[in-house]
Design a protein around this ligand. Structure first.
Ligand code: URP
Ligand code: ZN
Ligand code: ZN
Length: 468
């Protein structure tokens, strides 16, 4: 073949299946040749001593979502997707969150307006169903599923989002009819409210107590309930952001018993612990780490690693949900210093997700590089209907690629990141192995801390159904 647009040469190319020394030929944004290529190309990029992976797919990010009165997320679509690109991801799956009483169509339209011309990488929306009215369940959700919105998230907690058991079952039933995939935030609402009140009555108000208000048992109970409901309706579900052994044991039990349950974990559950929420001396610094489910203990981290290594986890996402720390519209919103229950839940992580798993997993020999690719790109693409357009290095796939230097050692520093938040929970964590170039559909968009392209190169991607 002659006159390709780009050839990436001399790199070690990794897919979920193996590693190969080969060239990658790119034409009109797609991978068109793999092997020893003797062709001409407008651009030849030498990747000697480097590794080429399929671009990361971050299947769980929150961008520009309303988060309560006077609270603002720290990222818009431009800053979040810039941050994603710098961290080696070429596709993100943010949420279009329905507000109570809102039409789902209207909600989706609003998120398209926010994202339009503001994407550095490709994106596709999951829906969040907070108000499963007859109109939503009977018309809007089925119609949107057929238009390529093939996954949605439901919550078993949070005042503005929680669905009761009957609502969950009704939503699951629509998912069954439409073959869509349901992501479940599994934490039990009533138990959290009970524990929160008890802690407040005892004067336990610092951010640290956020963790005690939603212990692992609360997550385990809800995980079991969600799995049981899915079994009743007979649908697959995804238990997202699993934090420790209690919920994981329910997922293992389900998988061993032939119940189709997928599971996701995130960097915070291998790198942070409940002690981080103590801050310097049980002070407000702990708010930087408040997210739900909260980080647990060292034993839980080990259990999460076991699930990553043994295949129990299907995907590894960031659950990027950024707020500024020093901001009255962020973590320090009115009331947050009077009780943990007012601290906005969520931490930034879209840019640090891949370097953390690469360094802690691949560089420390806990997992193979093929498993890294499976968890961070191939499986998210298969689960959420993007495969084989995305998620692998294959002929015909989008040329979404990330070039890694496996030997580059550098600490994570807020000053180097591109997100809108004013801190990272992973400050000073030493990372071995960094993405140094990101290519989106055949165009280099990022190299060594510099953006090469304009903001609007990313596109919205319509999705197929779950392929796993
Ligand atoms: O604390 C978190 N994880 N906030 C984001 C919303 C969610 O539940 O995923
Ligand atoms: Zn959640
Ligand atoms: Zn989330």
């Amino acid at each position: 073949m002659e006159n390709l647009d780009v050839i990436l040469t001399n790199g070690r190319v990794v897919t979920e299946k193996g590693i190969e020394n080969c060239d990658i030929g790119i034409f009109e944004g797609k991978i068109c040749a793999l092997g020893q290529l003797n062709s001409n190309a407008k651009i030849i990029e030498d990747a000697t001593d480097l590794i080429i992976l399929p671009g990361g797919i971050d299947a769980h990010v929150h961008i520009d979502q309303p988060s309560g009165p006077d609270v603002e997320m720290a990222d818009n679509f431009q800053s979040a997707t810039k941050s994603a690109a710098a961290g080696g991801s070429t596709t993100v799956l943010p949420f279009a969150m329905q507000e109570k009483g809102q039409s789902l169509r209207e909600c989706v339209k609003n998120y398209h307006t926010k994202a339009k011309d503001n994407l550095f990488v490709d994106a596709s929306f999951h829906l969040i169903i907070s108000d499963p009215s007859a109109q939503v369940l009977g018309q809007e959700l089925p119609a949107l599923a057929r238009d390529g919105y093939t996954s949605f998230k439901v919550f078993m907690t949070y005042d503005d989002l929680v669905l009761n058991d009957e609502e969950l079952l009704k939503v699951f039933e629509v998912a069954k009819k439409e073959k869509t995939l349901v992501m479940v935030h599994a934490e039990g609402y009533d138990a959290i409210r009970y524990l929160t009140k008890k802690l407040e009555d005892e004067g336990k108000l610092a951010p640290y107590y956020h963790g005690l208000s939603r212990p692992q048992i609360v997550e385990r109970e809800a995980t079991h309930r969600a799995i049981s409901h899915a079994q009743i309706v007979d649908i697959p579900i995804v238990i997202v952001h699993v934090s420790g052994n209690e919920a994981l044991s329910q997922i293992k039990w389900a998988k061993e018993n032939g119940i189709k349950v997928f599971s996701e974990t995130c960097p915070q559950y291998i790198c942070l612990t409940e002690d981080d929420m103590k801050g310097l001396n049980m002070d407000f610094e702990g708010a930087k780490y408040v997210c739900s489910p909260p980080p647990r203990d060292r034993e839980s981290q080990e259990a999460i690693w076991e699930g990553i290594i043994d295949g129990t986890f299907d995907i590894f996402s960031s659950d990027h949900c950024p707020f500024k720390f020093k901001d009255k519209k962020g973590k320090d919103r009115p009331g947050a210093r009077t009780s943990f229950k007012w601290v906005p839940n969520g931490i930034p992580g879209v840019e640090t997700r891949l370097p953390i798993l690469f360094s802690e997993g691949v560089s420390k020999n806990r997992i193979s590089i093929e498993r890294f690719v499976e968890l961070t790109s191939t499986n998210p693409a298969k689960m959420y209907g993007l495969y084989p357009q995305k998620g692998s290095i294959k002929i015909g796939s989008d040329a979404d690629l990330t070039i890694w230097d496996p030997n580059k050692v550098k600490k994570i520093k807020q000053a180097d990141l591109h997100h809108g938040s004013d801190y990272t929970p992973y400050e000073n964590l030493e990372i071995k192995g960094w993405p140094i170039q990101t290519w989106l559909r055949g165009q280099k968009i990022y190299e060594h801390n510099k953006f090469i392209t304009q903001k609007n190169l990313g596109r919205y991607v319509s999705r197929d159904f779950c392929l796993l």
